[in-house]
Design a protein around this ligand. Structure first.
Ligand code: TMP
Length: 205
């Protein structure tokens, strides 16, 4: 079972995943969690280039390709082997982030971006993708307040994130059997409870 969490800035994905992993392990599942971009030594090095605030001249095509390079490595080195060993893999972001940010956000050709994503992943699609959805301004405010890393991808204008969110919602509409939307403007505990419920339902169905 391959589960991915997606969402705009400040949606809280990263804070929810460790507790979900603990919960699922408590239920007896073998679970491995990772994040994108990153999760392998090579992918973390690429992450540093992508997120370095100094790299203001980076072209969207360069950015798109670097995300795919980091992704190809983690798919081959970590995700596929863990899935083959029967583990549940939970990833903090996956290829839908590329469609949302590089496709919708940077307004690049969606078919070309989808082609690159297919190449990078070798066609590996999540079984379940959860969108932690919230108002863009609320998310950016949260992100600024919680003192997590502020990187180059956090430095766009608000309109960029509005396109990203609209892109996510279009993806949900296009593939409703894979996506579940969770409102992340609820209280943190309520979001966590809903995430557990959604994942357990998928695992036990
Ligand atoms: P995060 O670790 O705080 O979620 O930061 C990751 C940033 O990278 C976030 O702004 C989304 C962005 N991103 C893309 O633009 N494309 C991608 O394919 C991925 C995985 C992330």
């Amino acid at each position: 079972m391959f589960i991915t969490l997606e969402g705009p800035e400040g949606s809280g994905k990263t804070s929810h995943i460790p507790l979900l992993v603990e919960f699922l392990r408590g239920e007896g599942y073998a679970v491995f969690s990772t994040r994108e971009p990153g999760g392998t030594s090579i992918s973390e090095q690429i992450r540093d280039i992508l997120h370095d605030l100094k790299n203001t001249e980076m072209h969207p095509r360069t950015e798109t390709l670097l995300y795919q390079a980091a992704r190809a490595q983690i798919v081959e080195q970590v995700i596929q082997p863990r899935l083959a060993a029967g583990e549940i893999v939970i990833s903090d972001r996956y290829y839908d982030s590329t469609i949302a940010y590089q496709g919708y956000g940077h307004q690049q050709d969606l078919e070309q971006v989808r082609g690159l994503v297919r190449y990078a992943t070798g066609g590996l699609t999540p079984d379940l993708t959860i969108l932690l959805d919230l108002d863009v301004e609320v998310g950016l405010r949260r992100k600024k307040q919680n003192q997590s890393e502020w990187n180059r991808m956090d430095d766009h204008e608000v309109k960029f994130y509005e396109r990203v969110r609209a892109g996510y919602l279009e993806m949900v509409k296009a593939e409703p059997q894979r996506w579940v939307v969770v409102n992340s403007e609820q209280k943190w505990d309520d979001v966590q409870a809903e995430l557990k419920k959604v994942i357990l339902e998928k695992l036990t169905r």
